[in-house]
Structures are given as C-alpha cells and as structure tokens.
Design a protein around this ligand. Structure first.
Ligand code: FA5
Ligand code: MG
Length: 355
C-alpha cells in the first residue's frame, strides 16, 4: 500500500503552518486541510477504493495525520491569541508616574453655611422648619399680618409686583400666617422659615434688593416677652460669641406688639462708627415682637388663650458680622476669589478670624 500521498500532505502542511502569522490565515489553512473539501478529508474518501486488508492501516495513517494537523492548529491558535494579548497589553500600558487629573471641588457658599448654622441652632431648641412661597399673595404678605391695603407701613417694604395681588414676598413673615392657618387654631407652634425675599431697596453695603431671611414663630399658652428675649440672647451668644454686644431697640411692626429690633456691635469699628454701620456702631440683624392679637385671630387662634413671639432675621447681615464681610453685594456677584476664601473652613474649625 502506498501511503506517500499521506506523508506528502503532512509535510506540505508542516511547511505551510510555519508561514502563518495571523488568525485569518490559520483559519484558511484549517479549511484547506480539515474542511469538508479539504485535503485530509480527501484522503478519507480514498478509503472506499482500497482492499479490505489495506483499509485499516491506511485509515490509521490518515487519522494520525489528522490529529497531528488538528493539534498543531490548536497550538498555533493559542500562540497567536497570546501574542495578540501581549501586543494589546503593551499598547495599553499605563504610566503610573504621570500626574493625576485634579478635580475642582466647590464648597458651600458662606450664606448657605450661615443659614445652616442658624437652622442647627434652632433645631437644637426643638423648632421645626417650615417653607413658604417666594411668589406670594398680597393677602399673606401684608393683610394677614395686620397690614390692610391702605396701611402706611406698607411703604417700609416696597416690592416687585406681578399684578395687584401677586408679588415677590418682601419678608418671610407670610410663612408665619400660612403656618398658623394650617394648624387650625391648635398650638403649640414652633417653627423657623428660611428663604429668599425681595425688596425695592437701593443696594448699598448692607442692603440688597434680594436677600435672605429666617422667620421664627412660637405660639403657645403663656408665651411672654421674656421668652423672646432669652431666645434672642442665647442665639446672639451662640452666633457671635459671649464678647459681642447686642442691643434691643424698641421698634414698630404692624404684626407684633410690642416690637423690638436687635442690633449687634459692628465687627469693623467695634462700636466707634464706620462706613459699614453708617457711623452708628451697630448693625441691625433682626426684627421681632409679640404676635399681634389681630394676627393670631385672623389665623384662627384665640388670642385670649394663646400668645406668641416672632422674629425675622437677616442671615446676610449675620454672615457679614460673623466673617467680617464689608459689603453684602459680595454674596451675590459670584466672584470665585471671594467664595474660595471659605473653602479653608471645609476641614472643620471656624476660621472666621482669619478671613
Ligand atoms: C421684617 O422684615 C419683619 N418681617 C421682621 C419681623 C418678623 C418682625 C416677625 C417681627 C416679627 P425688617 O424689614 O426690619 O423686618 O427686616 C428684618 C431683617 O432683614 C433686618 O434686620 C435685616 O437683617 C434684614 N434686611 C432687611 N432689609 C434688607 C436688605 N435690603 N438687604 C439685606 N438685609 C435686609
Ligand atoms: Mg428693620
């Protein structure tokens, strides 16, 4: 029996596989030899022309060639895959010695920080936080606060109007009226209401046409002026330290009776008088008083049973006093050179002295 054809095919394959350098040529070679019409398959087809004696030896020789070719192809496949992986790894090498990309992190705005500090203080005293609307009705901004349409005290807070009855709120006091109305005459009420307010004020070092306020309202049985005074004194000490002086000055608001305004000694001149405090030595931070019986009554509370106090403070002024900022407009001009100075406080520790 002549098996020279078989060894010729094996030799030809062994030569051809040496020149294969990629997956595609290997696949072509596999088809050329092992495919349906391939050379090894062709050898198998010859079997039928052989005698019974020759067939087993021929079959065994063809099988040997087939398994030789199969295993060489498998080895080559693995080798090519490894080469490709190595090449990819080389290409994707990460240079760990390169400097990393830096991310520019922001930090809380000094005003947001101050509002949070104030909220924390009052939450500690058991107050809840209530929210209202920046676009408000004339009724809640004025009338429900004992300021009917013709009341001259409306001039103290001129606003931006959308229509005769809709305006940008001039203070956070409408949230008092809304909160009391929602409680349907049932005390106790103990809330603070932070938010933005708007006024037709001309801007200067301590006035902005848009600023923030935090309203406070406590309504219960047996609430007295001494409760208001104690709360405000505690607040001032917590915010500004025990050495800063505060002063309660008799004032007027149509929705409180009696009314007081609270001033803090100026951080810049320490009371001597300067441009920040308009030569007075003091900066006003809030208005307050005992809730007027008419306001209680309009909101559904019986003034013979309930009494309360309310205050409205300006966090802008408080932040100015706390951090020694000379112009309120700094809060609203978004100058990063100003805002970034407060980043240092991120790591904890109040660094107000150094700013
Ligand atoms: C009021 O707005 C009253 N609603 C406060 C109040 C509430 C009194 C509850 C009684 C009971 P006043 O107009 O004084 O009051 O403003 C309160 C505080 O807001 C001021 O003390 C000041 O800190 C701040 N403020 C007022 N106008 C401006 C402004 N244009 N820019 C920045 N802060 C201001
Ligand atoms: Mg005032």
């Amino acid at each position: 029996m002549d098996t020279s054809g078989i060894s010729e095919i094996q030799n030809a394959f062994d030569d051809a596989v040496k020149t294969v350098a990629d997956k595609k040529s290997l696949q072509d070679l596999k088809i050329e030899y092992l495919g349906k019409k391939g050379k090894v398959t062709g050898l198998m087809k010859e079997m039928k022309n052989l005698s019974n004696e020759d067939r087993p030896a021929y079959g065994a020789a063809v099988n040997e060639v087939r398994s030789h070719i199969t295993s060489v192809i498998e080895e080559k496949e693995t080798a090519l895959a490894n080469e490709a992986l190595e090449a990819r790894l080389k290409e994707e090498t990460i240079d760990v010695s390169l400097p990393g990309r830096t991310f520019r992190l922001g930090s809380p705005h000094p005003l947001s920080r101050t509002i949070e500090d104030i909220e924390d203080f009052f939450i500690g005293l058991g107050y809840e936080i209530a929210e209202g609307y920046e676009v408000e009705t004339d009724y809640f901004n004025f009338e429900a606060l004992n300021l009917p349409k013709s009341h001259p005290a409306r001039d103290m807070q001129d606003s931006f109007y959308f229509s005769e009855d809709i305006l940008l709120r001039t203070h956070t006091s409408p949230v008092q009226a809304r909160t009391m109305q929602a409680r349907k005459g049932q005390g106790p009420v103990k809330v603070i209401c932070p938010g933005k307010v708007y006024r037709r004020d001309s801007d200067d070092a301590t006035h902005s046409h848009q600023f923030t306020q935090i309203e406070g309202l406590v309504v219960d049985r047996n609430i007295h002026m001494s409760d208001l005074k104690g709360t405000l004194e505690l607040f001032a000490k917590e915010m500004f330290g025990p050495d800063r002086e505060i002063r309660l000055r008799p004032s007027y608001f149509p929705f409180t009776e009696p009314s007081v305004e609270v001033d803090i000694s100026c951080f810049k001149c320490k009371g001597a008088g300067c441009n920040v405090c308009k030569r007075s030595g003091w900066i006003e931070i809030l208005g307050s008083g005992m809730v007027h019986p008419n306001v209680l009554e309009m909101a559904g509370f019986d003034p013979d049973e309930y009494s309360g106090f309310a205050f409205g403070m300006g966090p802008d002024r408080i932040a100015m006093l706390k951090y020694g900022i000379e112009d309120i407009r700094n809060f609203y001009t978004n100058d990063l050179r100003f805002i970034n100075q407060f980043k240092a406080m991120e790591d904890g520790g109040d660094q107000s002295e150094s700013i």
